[in-house]
Ligand binder design. Sequence first.
Ligand SMILES: [Zn+2]
Length: 184
Amino acid sequence: MQEPTHILAGVVIQKSLAGGRYKKTAMAVTAVAAFLSHGFLDKLSNVTFHPADPDFQSVFWVSFHLAVLFGSIFFLYVWWRTYKWGILFSMLPDADWIFIHAQEIFHFQISFYRQPHMHHLLGWVWDKIPPFSLVTNGLNRLPNWRHNSWACLSEILLVLMLLVTIRLLTKAKRPDVVVKNSPP
Ligand SMILES: [Zn+2]
């Protein structure tokens, strides 16, 4: 999946778990759930426009990825301050690609980091461990639209659904604030 989707997933997870009495437990669960959400979304990315190699000749590819870049910056600007914990863990596995591509670009080698280890770990969890593997069985039946440019619409739809969820969570938590601030 593209980064804006991972960012919003991190926000939704942290927001839905926040506000309880057990703050440390909520933070631990947020970290694990956000990390695992990355694997789920990457499995789902077959139904989105996600070609393996960049295509700088294609106007569509370049425009879509520019929109993704600006979307990521905008979402980080809006939510990073409050939801950095969830966002950090939902994006963390993509540090794999930073380590791997940095070695290619700057011609150095980290011998133990030639493979996307975090993605392999997530792949193992989502492929082998129930109940995650049951979800993966279902996801594997979805069509592969990675090279179909129209499939960017499924990612846009997912982003919109996550935005609506954030809005609903904000609304659901609002009465609490009113009660806390109202005079006794
Ligand atoms: Zn990823």
